[in-house]
Every structure is written in structure tokens, then in C-alpha cells.
Design a protein around this ligand. Structure first.
Ligand SMILES: Cc1ncc(COP(=O)(O)O)c(C=O)c1O
Length: 393
């Protein structure tokens, strides 16, 4: 056996820098209140924005699909793993997004890596927002194209990069909703610049699907640009309550991915019950707009509550980060909130920039006012104890 003490040394260093992570198990279902280590806590850390992760319609759809189609797909989509439920879901997603076609991926991580390593080549340029998700960053690292990073949502910087590029093809990539900032990408301006400089646009709607836009169709719909973004990806595991991901766009895009995209081609297809859950989730997203309205009402209520207390609240979406700055202080706030029955994840580098440790609260449609008031009270107490806000607030 080889000596692995170098890992123990590296872990020690991670601990010394207050960057050590451990996994915290939740018992029971994903709901606004969950059981953790024997205590009930208010869950304010989940991307289950619409509360669909435990919805009876999704459970029923999954159970029926399990009974009818069995458990696994048994092979990749390109071989014998392509089942009728996958195709039904792809057609449904294409309609939902107002695109010609869609393709399922096993995770959003794999979709982003696959897109960025497949669509651009040597001689091309990827232009990426500095706060894009890690899966986009990793896709950029693995891509053969050159990569330029523009300052977060800075359109003058994006334009300067486009102006100086003589690359064969340019691909602008952005999160629709930034997962650690809670901010929305300025997609209308990005579209405008892309048209002006003949660039393609790719939007990651992981946190926008089911959340943004009147019909919950994502960032493009929010900006009145449905069907006008060349490459849209999103996940089925956040607001849609299940698991998996999709890419939506033109028929040519999807056909090319089926033929060339390695993270689609060389992996076992999603279990059919997963597709059934997503179909049931889309019924709810389209049929129950009041659920999305509740999410946004909760978002406004919670954000206003924190801002009134004097917290440094970031962004504008159900992702509601509170900037703390220091790693140790952030994790102390995380622990004290948990001790008061509120689970808000503290985030440290490399998930956020070195100066930007923060508490990331995330709202759900299914939080009650009582949940939110209790969480706000806990924030106020912990904020005062740790001098994150003034005493008088
Ligand atoms: C912006 C963004 N893109 C992509 C992903 C990856 O999606 P998945 O969880 O399906 O791998 C995530 C988070 O998980 C995300 O926040």
C-alpha cells in the first residue's frame, strides 16, 4: 500500500485555514423543516425552490414509472438506453423552453462540461463571467478553445473582449441566476453584444428553471428573449425537485450533441422514473403559477427582513446571500444559526472569492411565514452576537 500521509497533511492545512467541510445528514424528506442530528431545523439551504422534491405528484409519477419501466436504463442513450420517457420529456422541455429540441443530460455538471468541450475548438474563444458556476469553469478548463473571463456582469468588459477578438467563433457563457450571488445575468445586454459581435450565447438556467419568467421558463423568458438564446441548459434537480439536466436549442444543436458530446454519449441514461418525475414537475410549473408567486413573496419578505436589520444582503432572487467576509466568522454564524434551529449554509473559498465568505440562504415556496419569522429572529440574534449588524437594529 502506498503512503497517503500527504492527504492527511493537506487536510490539516485545509482545517487550519477554516476551509474544512463535512457532510451533514438530513433524516426524512426534503421539506421546509427537516430532522438533523435529532433536531428539527428550518431548511434555508436548499435549491428545492418550489417544494417539489417531496410533492405527491412526483412520487406517484416515479412509482408508476418504476412499475411500468423498471429501474435502470441499462445502457447509454446512443446504444439501447433511450427509452420512450426520455423522448417524451425532451419534447416537453423543448416546448416549455420555446426551442426546436432538447436533450437530457445526467447532471448539469456534465451538461456544462459537455457543451463547452464540444461546441468550440482550437481557434475559438469562450467568454465567461468570473462568477459562473464551477461546472462552467471546469468546462472552460477542459475545452480546447481559448478562454477569457469578464468581471461579474460587467458589460463594458465583455464588449472590450469581443472587440479585441479575432477568433473564428466566440461563445459567451453565463449563469442565468448566479448560484452564490443570487443575481440575475444582464441577458438582454449580453444578447445585444452577441448580435453586434457575432457571438453565440449559452445560458445556465440551473437556478432559473421554474423560478424566473412568468411561466417559470427561465432567464430568456424573464427578459422577453424566449427562443432567442442559442444554447440553454438547466437542471431538473433544483426547482423541478428531481434529478438530471437538459440542453435546449435548435435541432442542429441537439443532433450535433447526440453525435459528438462525450458527456452525453459515454454514460448510462437516466433511469426512466427520473424522467417521469420531471414530466410531473413540469405539469406543476406550468399549471400552478401561484407556487412560483409564493416563492417570490417569501423572497421579498425574507430579503426585506434581513435588509431592515442591516445585513449585507446580495442579489435579487430566492438565493439570498449575506456577505460576512471572514471564513471563521462565517462558519461561526452557520453554527450559531444551526444551534437556533436554522440551517443556512456558510460558504467559503473556493466556492466564493477569497474576500467573500457568506451565508447563503435560499427560499422555498413552501416556507411558511412562521418559518421565515423564526429564521429572521435567529439571524438577528446571531448577527448581534457576532457584530454582523449593529446592536440597535
Ligand atoms: C449554476 C449551476 N450550474 C450547474 C450546476 C450543476 O447542476 P447539477 O447539480 O445537475 O450537476 C449547478 C449546481 O448544482 C449550478 O448551481
Amino acid at each position: 500500500m502506498s503512503d497517503l500521509t500527504f492527504l492527511a497533511d493537506a487536510l490539516e492545512e485545509i482545517k487550519e485555514r477554516d476551509l474544512y467541510r463535512r457532510l451533514r445528514p438530513i433524516s426524512g424528506v426534503q421539506s421546509p423543516r427537516v430532522q438533523m442530528e435529532g433536531h428539527e431545523v428550518i431548511l434555508l439551504s436548499s435549491n428545492n425552490y418550489l417544494g417539489l422534491a417531496d410533492h405527491p405528484a412526483l412520487r406517484k409519477a416515479a412509482i408508476e414509472a418504476l412499475e411500468r419501466y423498471g429501474c435502470g436504463a441499462g445502457a447509454s442513450r446512443s446504444i439501447s438506453g433511450s427509452m420512450e420517457l426520455h423522448h417524451a420529456l425532451e419534447e416537453r422541455i423543448a416546448r416549455f423552453k420555446g426551442c426546436e429540441a432538447a436533450l437530457l443530460f445526467n447532471t448539469g455538471y456534465m451538461a456544462n462540461i459537455g457543451l463547452l468541450t464540444t461546441l468550440v475548438e482550437h481557434g475559438d474563444l469562450i467568454i465567461s463571467d468570473e462568477f459562473n458556476h464551477a461546472s462552467i469553469v471546469d468546462g472552460c478548463r477542459l475545452a480546447r478553445a481559448e478562454v477569457s473571463v469578464y468581471r461579474h456582469r460587467a458589460m463594458d468588459h465583455l464588449e472590450a473582449i469581443l472587440q479585441h477578438s479575432s477568433h473564428r467563433r466566440r461563445l459567451i457563457v453565463t449563469d442565468g441566476v448566479f448560484s452564490m450571488e443570487g443575481a440575475i445575468a444582464p441577458l438582454a445586454e449580453i444578447r445585444h453584444l452577441a448580435d453586434r459581435y457575432q457571438a453565440l450565447v449559452m445560458v445556465d438556467d440551473a437556478h432559473a428553471t421554474g423560478v424566473l419568467g412568468e411561466g417559470g421558463r427561465g432567464t430568456a423568458e424573464h427578459f422577453g428573449l424566449a427562443g432567442q438564446v442559442e444554447i440553454q441548459m438547466g437542471t431538473l434537480g433544483k426547482a423541478l425537485g428531481g434529478f438530471g439536466a437538459y440542453v435546449a436549442g435548435s435541432k442542429a444543436l441537439i443532433d450535433y450533441l447526440i453525435n459528438r458530446c462525450r458527456t452525453f454519449m459515454y454514460t448510462t441514461a437516466l433511469p426512466p422514473a427520473i424522467a417521469a418525475m420531471a414530466l410531473a414537475a413540469l405539469d406543476i410549473v406550468e399549471g400552478e403559477p401561484q407556487r412560483r408567486q409564493r416563492l417570490w413573496d417569501n423572497t421579498a419578505y425574507f430579503r426585506q427582513g434581513l435588509a431592515r436589520m442591516g445585513f449585507a444582503v446580495m442579489g435579487e432572487t430566492p438565493i439570498c446571500p449575506v456577505l460576512v467576509g471572514d471564513n471563521a466568522l462565517t462558519m461561526e454564524a452557520d453554527r450559531r444559526l444551526m444551534a437556533r434551529g436554522v440551517f443556512v449554509q456558510g460558504l467559503r473559498p473556493p466556492t466564493v472569492p477569497p474576500w467573500g465568505a457568506r451565508l447563503r440562504a435560499a427560499l422555498m415556496a413552501t416556507h411558511t411565514r412562521e418559518d421565515l419569522d423564526k429564521a429572521l429572529e435567529a439571524f438577528q440574534s446571531v448577527g448581534r452576537e457576532l457584530a454582523l449588524i449593529g446592536e440597535g437594529r
